[in-house]
Write a protein that binds this ligand. Structure first.
Ligand code: Q9C
Ligand code: ZN
Length: 744
């Protein structure tokens, strides 16, 4: 495989296609699709971007910035500091999340009567922005004013004729605009549409620039019109230019990327993105949408799970194995029309679902995530969901998911169809055994019988009731303001080599002596001074977490005291507020022998012995010997159990001989922030490397874990152990079915 080819993916190692080779040439020299974009070498800005306004900055182009009120002024000196340089400064005030927006994008609106199109309105942006402001989230972001994309940039995806056609709409009369729209499905034009749509594309490109220059870690572009239905020469489904597809081409051309993942969680299939990349193996398009056997808009056969891409791109269209692809950038087509209350989607995703989705994607690409707004038409639901995404991008812990943790049968069927269709192309999907095909229950074409006739008085009453219930649900979801201390670290011995983020608290205090001594009496090993001091610190930290003063923490224990300290922490947690406690113990740590198996404690031991599950709350997994095995263990076992258990607190204990490399431990800790609202306590052995301690502290604070390096297959032993445990646990832990191919 060529050095720049997609890292994995469609397994057969393959030569890059001639088209790919041409594009690759385009990064350095002239490309065939657009002569201007990215043709300049490093150092000089490409056409369409101004040179950086900050003379002291060496970033590739200007990133126009509206400085956030109250943002750091230190280090600016002059009128303008490029965000690329702010990020490099060491005073710890750089913002991690960009918010790209321009008021002009509210100008386009529907000028005639059209019930299908009226939901795509300017208030979608203004309401979302208002909520972001109200919740103090806008102020925490680096605010970037959107620029218009150049016509060369539009040309990365769209035909010159189509761009000219759109340019021409600026001077058309309402009547002419309406007539033109007749050519397309579910589209309206306004004289400002061309300007708005160019700003929407430009916003996505600026976000990519801000993330790929390192100015920020991630960000959101709040744009309209949306983009994912738009095609090379066609507007479709409110979409004019394909914002995300252009951003992906731009990231390749301008920044030289080779593997980009697009995750499309809009409720509709982004057929536009699929068509644009279906023969391109460097862009993995993953869409999650309502299909209903072709009965949901846009009513296309190619939206089904068996669409896997064409030619060189076979396997790179996934309609529903990310780590095997190992993307360099994640673009999210962030539609919120699957959110509760949405008139188009009619689904029930609560706002917090979107923080979990965002968090899960942040473990990829070193956290380089760019979200771009697509659909979403219930103003309040949309706005709160947008807030949840921004909070997740900022690193705030996600609110725990509520409701029964049991996957719906139709969801399992969809996942299975995707697995079956993709398995020939992705070895990571084949490592858990063969995939029996389900008897599809949802293939029946009957509509769900409605108890009352639409339009009748009963229907109206039910509708009013549902909408009242929804408002009260959305009202309740007041966001708990970010805790003053998100992460605290309690160490006994000072470690000069340990670099902590500026906002991580170094905890000095200890629990009251009597309390510490009382707990220490349980174990001989805790009698020694060193162990007692460490225990006092751990207990103080634990109390802070249980009382809600601190969200997460990390503490070190001296070697012989690791297991006894863990034992005390478990007892203290269960006797002081935690209803359910998840312990993920890695290495030689035994479950406290007399701990009741009453469902309040889920004990997961990852260590080098055989797989065993004495009860549904006591599980032992051998330490996987390969990266692939470790990833499967975490994604297919640990995480489903954790989400299914719905703990109040997660303990991650790295005991003697834990055998985890720092990036593996970071992935584990990072993903375990999800199920318990970010309440995670990590216990380390004293003498762990400062590298490990530093990475874990950053991950608890909400930073992305480092990549795991090249994908490696799970060994047969790793796979066997997983299959065995699933067999033991699947009946009781329904969430395991999501990752398991074997469903009865
Ligand atoms: N009766 C986006 O969400 N309406 N576009 C279909 C069928 C068109 C959706 C209704 C929906 C377009 C970006
Ligand atoms: Zn949509």
């Amino acid at each position: 495989m060529g050095q720049h080819g997609p890292r994995a993916g469609p397994q057969a190692s393959r030569q890059p296609s001639s088209r790919q080779a041409a594009l690759r040439g385009g990064v350095l020299g002239a490309g065939s699709e657009s002569e201007e974009v990215g043709k300049s070498g490093p150092g000089s800005p490409p056409v369409g971007l101004l040179p950086c306004l900050d003379s002291a900055c060496s970033c590739p182009g200007s990133l126009p910035v509206v400085p956030a009120p109250g943002s750091c002024k230190e280090g600016t000196g002059s009128a303008f500091t490029c965000p690329a340089r702010v990020a490099q400064s060491d005073h710890g005030c750089a913002m991690r999340t960009a918010l790209v927006y321009h008021e002009d994008m509210t100008a386009a609106r529907l000028l005639w009567e059209d019930p299908e199109c009226e939901i795509e309105r300017p208030e979608r942006l203004t309401t979302a922005l208002e909520r972001l402001r109200q919740w103090g989230l806008e102020q925490r972001c680096l605010q970037v004013a959107a620029r218009e994309a150049s016509e060369a940039e539009l040309g990365l995806v769209h035909s010159p004729e189509y761009v000219s056609l759109l340019r021409g709409t600026q001077t058309l009369s309402t009547r002419e605009l309406q007539a033109l729209c007749g050519q397309y499905d579910a589209v309206y034009f306004h004289p400002s549409t061309f300007h708005c749509a160019r700003l929407a594309v430009g916003a996505a490109l600026q976000l990519v620039d801000a993330v790929l220059t390192g100015a920020v870690h991630n960000g959101l572009a709040l744009v309209r019109p949306p983009g994912h239905h738009s095609q090379r020469a066609a507007a479709n489904g409110f979409c004019v230019f394909n914002n995300v597809a252009i951003a992906a081409k731009y990231a390749k051309r301008r920044h030289g990327l080779h593997r980009i993942l697009i995750v499309d969680w809009d409720v509709h299939h982004g057929q536009g993105i699929q068509y644009i990349f279906e023969d391109d193996p460097s862009v993995l398009y993953f869409s999650w949408h309502r299909y209903e056997h072709g009965r949901f808009w846009p009513y296309l056969r190619e939206s089904d799970a068996d669409a896997v891409g064409q030619g060189q791109g076979r396997g790179f269209t996934v309609n529903l194995p990310w780590n095997q692809f190992d993307p360099e950038l994640v673009l999210i087509s962030a539609g919120f029309d699957s959110a509760i209350g949405d008139p188009e989607g009619q689904m029930r995703a609560t706002p917090e679902c979107f923080s979990h989705l965002t968090q899960l994607l942040q473990v990829l690409a070193g956290g380089r995530v760019c979200a771009v707004l697509e659909g979403g038409y219930h103003l309040e639901s949309l706005s709160q969901s947008v807030c949840m995404v921004v909070k997740a991008l900022l690193g705030d812990p996600a609110l725990p998911l509520s409701g029964p943790m049991e996957p719906h049968r139709s969801a399992l069927e969809s996942i299975q169809s995707v697995r079956a269709a993709q398995a020939p192309h992705w070895k990571s999907l084949r490592q858990q055994g063969s995939t029996p095909i389900l008897n599809p229950s949802t293939y029946s074409l009957e509509r769900r019988a409605s108890p009352v006739s639409p339009g009748g008085p009963k229907f109206k009453a039910a509708e009013a009731q549902a909408s009242a219930a929804l408002s009260s649900l959305l009202d309740q979801l007041h966001l708990n303001p970010t805790l003053p201390v998100r992460t605290a670290v309690a160490l006994t011995a000072p470690d000069a080599a340990l670099v902590l983020p500026a906002d991580v608290l170094r905890q000095e205090g200890s629990a009251p002596q009597e309390e510490t001594r009382a707990w220490a009496r349980l174990h001989e090993a805790l009698a020694q001074d060193k162990a007692l001091t460490a225990l006092g610190k751990v207990l103080h930290l634990l109390n802070g977490i249980l009382d809600g003063q601190v969200s997460s923490g990390m503490a070190a224990t001296p070697e012989p005291a690791a297991a006894p300290t863990l034992d005390v922490v478990i007892r203290r947690s269960l006797s002081h507020g935690a209803r359910r406690l998840l312990c993920v113990a890695v290495g030689q740590l035994d479950r406290p022998a007399d701990l009741a198996d009453d469902g309040r404690n889920l004990w997961l031991n990852i260590r080098g012995k055989e797989a065993a599950a004495p009860s549904m709350f006591q599980v032992s997994v051998p330490l996987p010997g390969t990266t692939g095995g470790f990833v499967s263990c975490v994604l297919a076992l640990v995480l489903p159990l954790a989400y299914g258990f719905q703990p109040d607190l997660v303990l991650v204990a790295l005991g003697p001989a834990h055998g985890l490399q720092a990036p593996q431990a970071a992935l584990l800790a990072s993903l375990l922030r999800g199920p318990a609202g970010g309440r995670v306590l990590v216990l380390l052995e004293q003498g762990s490397t400062s590298q490990l301690a530093g990475i874990l502290a950053r991950v608890l604070q909400g930073q992305a874990p480092p990549g795991l390096g090249p994908f490696s297959m799970a060994s047969p032993e790793d796979t066997q152990a997983l299959i065995y445990l699933r067999g033991q646990l699947e009946a009781e832990w329904k969430m395991l079915q999501v990752a398991a191919p074997q469903v009865p």
